[in-house]
Design a protein around this ligand. Structure first.
Ligand SMILES: [Zn+2]
Length: 481
């Protein structure tokens, strides 16, 4: 996806070495051991929030952001910690995900929004995440880990043999402190039920979220986030939540569901990867928004994130990473790179597909002391300087130099109007005008996703019959050019 500014990935140095205190847990009333004051907790959240926003991006839809935020704030203000600087964001992530940071920062992915079927379901997940904050789960977790440093990000594309030279610790997002224990998860569910009921929502809707997650994890090839594996099994949770709901007095079960209202809010949101932020067609990479293209070596494993686009050779002995920098020239960016004390090489000016560029081979020492060979190019295009660095082990460089250099020089402006105009798939809510099975529905309203995916996002069985005049989600979009 690659959006601006990158440089070397943010590391969150968290406030270590603080005074230990024994505090009362605001949500549970129990005593807890915490090294972190509330002020520090908020500061930790604020710093991490900046990294999350930079790494994931937020959905640019003011009405949707406000909708989620207003609901979240209403629930949070009914909680035991109403005065935290509660912040709710819809992050631009197609994966089904929701998470909370210390201090009251809560994130809902557009992927999970596409899979909810009522406002009460959204309220239950917001309530659950609020519960992690009010019970100070992440803070306790951090205390246990003695803090120290928490690295945001894992190198999905990192080739172990190449060490940390590229500083590519950015491709994935792993928030260590978001892995909660089962007990914490169950407690967050109980608190979530409490908050959604205070908001007037029907607590039974929380069960449906776990039904949906169960369908997602049952679907092979679905994009289940890591947190699923650490969260308790959705079936167990459904049972536990059912038990929690059953314990609520009969005359106070029920409440708001707001299905049509919710569906009208998510009608039209982007579904799946957004190709405007870059996409691969085999080894060729297109970035419609930034109007460039390039060709990576065939057969390499590729990755496309907001921070970088990269490729790793099948043998993991070579790697190419593209990043973008505002406010630089090819000369200044190249000087910064080649001027580094661990790098030895002499760049030259040249033109790459008509673009001003500086390029050159080099050798460099990785953090672990290993010597690698490589080539780097710095190319000016539409107000940004693109840095493309390819490296290989010294043994592999003889064979990889050709493909790496060809990749550097494949960078080119993009002018194909079909690609420049590419649009993401979007959610579309349809009111069915007669009873139809899901299969019939998919035939009448064809789209890019399978019947199975429709079943998951509508939280019904694939064999279900949709009653006349019900609202059904589908996906609309055209194949990529
Ligand atoms: Zn949780």
């Amino acid at each position: 996806m690659i959006v601006m500014r990158l440089g070397r990935v943010a590391k969150l140095a968290l406030l270590a070495g603080t005074v230990s205190t024994c505090a009362t847990n605001p949500a549970t009333g129990g005593h807890m051991f915490s090294l972190i004051s509330e002020g520090q907790e908020i500061e930790m959240g604020r710093e991490a929030d900046a990294s999350i926003v930079a790494q994931m991006g937020v959905v640019e839809d003011t009405a949707l952001q406000r909708y989620v935020s207003d609901l979240g704030l209403r629930l949070a203000r009914s909680s035991e910690r109403p005065n935290l600087p509660w912040t709710f964001r819809v992050v631009d992530d197609p994966i089904i995900n929701a998470f909370a940071l210390p201090g009251g920062y809560i994130y809902i992915s557009r992927g999970i929004l596409a899979h909810f079927n009522s406002e009460a379901e959204l309220a239950s997940v917001l309530g659950h995440e609020i519960g992690h904050v009010t019970a100070r789960h992440s803070v306790q977790q951090l205390s246990k880990q003695q803090l120290g440093q928490i690295g945001l990000g894992v190198a999905q594309i990192a080739a172990p043999q190449l060490g940390q030279f590229l500083g590519v610790a950015a491709a994935g997002l792993e928030l260590l402190f978001l892995k909660f224990s089962r007990d914490d998860e169950n407690q967050a569910d109980r608190l979530g039920l409490r908050y959604m009921r205070r908001g007037g929502y029907d607590p039974r809707e929380m069960v449906k979220v776990y039904q949906m997650l169960e369908r997602v994890s049952a679907a092979s090839g679905s994009r289940v986030p890591d947190w699923q594996s650490t969260h308790p099994n959705p079936v167990d949770r459904q049972e536990r939540i059912n038990a929690g709901v059953a314990a609520i007095p009969a005359d106070s079960v029920g409440g708001l569901v707001r299905r049509p209202e919710y569906l009208s809010r998510v009608d039209g949101i982007v579904f799946g990867d957004d190709p405007r932020q870059g996409y691969f067609k085999d080894a060729r990479f297109y970035h419609p928004d930034l109007r460039f293209q390039m060709e990576f070596p065939a057969g390499w494993r590729t990755v496309n994130t907001r921070q970088l686009v990269g490729a790793t050779s099948p043998q993991e002995d070579a790697q190419i990473v593209l990043t973008a920098h505002p406010g630089a020239t090819p000369d200044s960016a190249a000087n910064a790179f080649f001027g580094h004390q661990a790098v030895d090489g002499r760049p030259q000016r040249l033109q790459i597909h008509g673009l001003a560029a500086v390029e050159g081979p080099f050798t460099a020492q990785t953090q672990s002391g290993q010597v690698v060979s490589g080539a780097a190019a710095f190319i000016a295009h539409r107000g940004l300087v693109y840095e493309i660095v390819g490296i290989a082990t010294q043994a592999a460089w003889r064979t990889q130099q050709g493909p790496v250099t060809a990749t550097l020089r494949s960078f080119a402006p993009l002018s194909d109007p079909a690609i420049l105009g590419v649009q993401p798939d979007r959610l579309d809510v349809v009111r069915v005008d007669r009873d139809a099975t899901l299969v019939e529905f998919a035939r009448r309203y064809p789209g890019p996703v399978s019947v199975h995916a429709l079943a998951v996002m509508n939280n019904v069985d694939s064999t279900a019959t949709l009653p006349r005049s019900s609202l059904v989600k589908r996906v609309v979009g055209r194949p990529l050019p």
